[in-house]
Design a binder for this molecule. Structure first.
Ligand code: C2E
Ligand code: MG
Ligand code: MG
Ligand code: MG
Length: 282
């Protein structure tokens, strides 16, 4: 089969493959020490209420700066971390770090929610809910300052079990969001049984919002259905003012994206929240 594609292509493919394997090996071998060497940081991306223009909170996004390759994006290393127990260790660190930020950013105010991404592997752990509650307790913060983001795909892995865990989190006052909505395969029947607070429309929809009539119409329907189900709606990946205008018309609740701000370092995010107490962003 390789022969049919021609010699050049075969060699090209081989090189690509070698690089991919080498990258993966590097990542795999360095993940464990990365935690010990404090190579991870969290960045925080502001989320803005479209009705009031007010800052409602931030999404915590992990960053990894390596000595040899510089920044490695989470899409690359999270999937590799998910192949072992590394994702649990990294997830524990993220949870702790984000709770610390929640504490700092709410000093002197009491209104920002920090949303934390968790992977299916974390959610699957028996003690997941207890761990979240314990970490919140240890940081001495209020549970309603923390949100947990679960992707549609992770949720559907084991819907019944995950729905129970989400219900427990909700009972404790912790916010929950369904992340990357539209990329998985949840049915209306599942959605209506789901005790989440928030639905996040995937950024691929927002990217096509102004380019594709079907997406334009579908986005309105997603928002209408979310409202009927009682979910707050966040649009992620908003880059253009015109996208914001359309989302406003559709009565989307919250936007997040480069239009407002890229994910910020901890210091910059704190600064953003302070400035925001006095100025409107948009
Ligand atoms: P996500 O949770 O859907 O996060 C949104 C992604 O969109 C982030 O990418 C963010 O930087 C990016 N983004 C935000 N605004 C815009 C925009 O206007 N335009 C575009 N093109 N992109 C925008 P990032 O930080 O590279 O993270 C990618 C994914 O990695 C996340 O997707 C999430 O699934 C995962 N991830 C990030 N941090 C963590 C973490 O701490 N734990 C776990 N388990 N996964 C994480
Ligand atoms: Mg997310
Ligand atoms: Mg997302
Ligand atoms: Mg994603």
């Amino acid at each position: 089969k390789a022969k049919e594609t021609g010699k050049n292509k075969y060699i090209f493919f081989n090189k690509e493959m070698n690089k991919e394997i080498a990258d993966k090996l590097y990542i795999y071998n360095h993940l464990r020490t990365a935690l010990e060497n404090n190579e991870f940081t969290l960045h925080y991306q502001p989320q803005i209420d479209l009705k009031t223009n007010g800052l409602i909170g931030f999404e915590a996004l992990i960053r990894w700066k390596t000595k040899d390759f510089g920044e490695i994006p989470p899409m690359k290393f999270i999937t590799i971390a998910e192949e072992s127990d590394m994702i649990i260790k990294i997830g524990d660190w993220v949870l702790k770090e984000a709770c610390q930020f929640a504490k700092e950013v709410n000093q002197g105010t009491n209104k920002y929610v920090i949303s934390i991404n968790v992977s299916a592997n974390q959610l699957r752990e028996d003690d997941f809910v207890e761990k979240v509650i314990h970490t919140i307790d240890e940081a001495k913060i209020s549970p309603d300052h923390i949100g947990i983001e679960i992707t549609e795909t992770a949720l559907m892995n084991d819907f019944a079990m995950n729905a129970k865990k989400i219900y427990k989190l909700k009972k404790m006052g912790i916010q929950t969001s369904l992340d990357d909505f539209g990329t998985g395969y949840s049915s209306l029947n599942y959605l209506r049984q789901l005790p989440i607070n928030t639905l996040k429309i995937d950024k691929s929809f927002i990217g096509d919002l102004l380019k594709n009539d079907k997406v334009y119409n579908l986005t309105e329907d997603i928002i209408l259905i979310s409202q009927k189900l009682g979910f707050m709606v966040v649009a992620e990946g908003v880059e253009l003012k015109q996208q914001q205008v359309v989302l406003e018309q559709y009565q989307c609740d919250v936007i997040q994206g480069y239009l407002i701000s890229k994910p910020l370092t901890k210091a910059k995010a704190l600064e953003f929240s302070h400035n925001h107490l006095f100025n409107d962003v948009i």
